[in-house]
Design a protein. Structure first.
Length: 341
């Protein structure tokens, strides 16, 4: 391990973590390039790369830059946002099962989007706004019920599971009250899909990541490591525990909400990516940046598989992440049981 020091800060560089991060970044770039060349209009990866740089044909440039690139960018950004939020949640609750899918934040975004579709009959902008509002309100409710009373991660998990169960029932009721066209549209959104995504979907998510990720990665990472040791240890180290927890929860909820607004409530990326990143880097800490990169690579790989797995038919990306994430969760629980035996 190499340590770089200045008068005020120090930076630890772990060779394995650096190599793992570089490998994940390369995988994400390769998957993104393959996605740019995948579709009804056949194109080689080299032609797609030329279209990105502006040296290809006008037809290739239009297809890549206007039709495929927004979907690829949305996939990478949504995966990164969900994974970073998942890493924050897992560190805060000190539980590998702490993710937006388990804690109710994903269900809250889904409730907001369903209200926009079923009750208001809104379009894509209204659905995105509903997802953002639903995620934010759910985060505020969970905070008021659990975190502001100085609770620990266990209470947050229990409150989140309870809120998720309530919202799941509400979402089911909303679907039963919807017209058939609205219901089919809502089900597609609930599955998690990147089909038809444009720059108007990707750019708000990019803005959220640009504003939120640096604050989490550089401003809160040390405090988050201290929180993993417990509130008492963090307080003794000079960390303002309540303020830091509130800031991290707000950032994670915003990331989840913007990701859901852009791609729907894609399942298990927030749960799986931090765990995979931790095993690749060998670092027991939060692994915020490796998790972010892993989430982007996982989402891009899942979308690539969804487009190529069934010839002539594109699967929603949420189907792939749900199947793979569910299998990973079963393996994680089985491995934990073996260690306890």
């Amino acid at each position: 391990m190499t340590v770089l020091r200045t008068s005020e800060h120090s930076l630890r560089l772990r060779p394995r973590a650096l190599l793992a991060g570089l490998a994940i970044l390369i995988v994400a770039a390769i998957c993104g390039l393959l996605l740019l060349s995948t579709g009804d209009y056949p194109m080689s990866p080299s032609a797609a790369l030329r279209a990105v740089t502006g040296s290809g044909t006008p037809a290739d440039a239009y297809i890549v830059q206007e039709l495929r690139a927004p979907r690829v960018v949305t996939a990478l950004l949504a995966g990164a946002a969900l994974a970073l939020a998942g890493a924050v949640f897992q560190a805060l609750v000190r539980n590998p099962l702490g993710s937006p899918d388990v804690l109710g934040f994903t269900q809250g975004s889904a409730t907001g989007a369903l209200i926009a579709i079923v009750v208001a009959g809104g379009g894509s902008v209204a659905v995105a706004g509903g997802a953002l509002a639903g995620g934010a309100v759910t985060g505020a409710v969970i905070y008021l019920l659990a975190v502001r009373h100085g609770s620990h991660g266990f209470r947050l998990v229990l409150v989140g599971i309870g809120v998720a169960a309530i919202l799941t029932g509400v979402n089911g009721y909303l679907l039963t009250r919807a017209e058939i066209t609205d219901a089919s549209r809502a089900v597609l959104w609930l599955t998690g899909s990147l089909d038809g995504r444009g720059w108007d979907d990707a750019l708000p998510l990019l803005a959220a990541l640009v504003l939120t990720a640096p604050a989490v990665l550089f401003g809160c990472s040390r405090g988050l490591r201290m929180l993993e040791l417990g509130d008492d240890a963090a307080t003794a180290a000079g960390v303002a525990v309540g303020r830091l927890r509130l800031a991290l929860l707000a950032a994670a909820v915003l990331l989840c909400a913007f990701a859901a607004a852009a791609a729907g409530p894609v399942a298990f990326v927030a749960l799986t990516a931090p765990q995979v990143a931790r095993r690749l880097t060998g670092d027991p800490g939060p692994n915020l940046l490796p998790s972010l990169l892993t989430g982007a690579a996982l989402m891009a790989a899942a979308d690539l598989a969804a487009q190529r797995l069934v010839p002539g038919r594109d699967l929603p990306v949420g189907v792939l992440t749900g199947v793979l994430g569910g299998a990973y969760l079963i393996w994680l629980l089985a491995a934990g049981r073996r260690r306890m035996a």
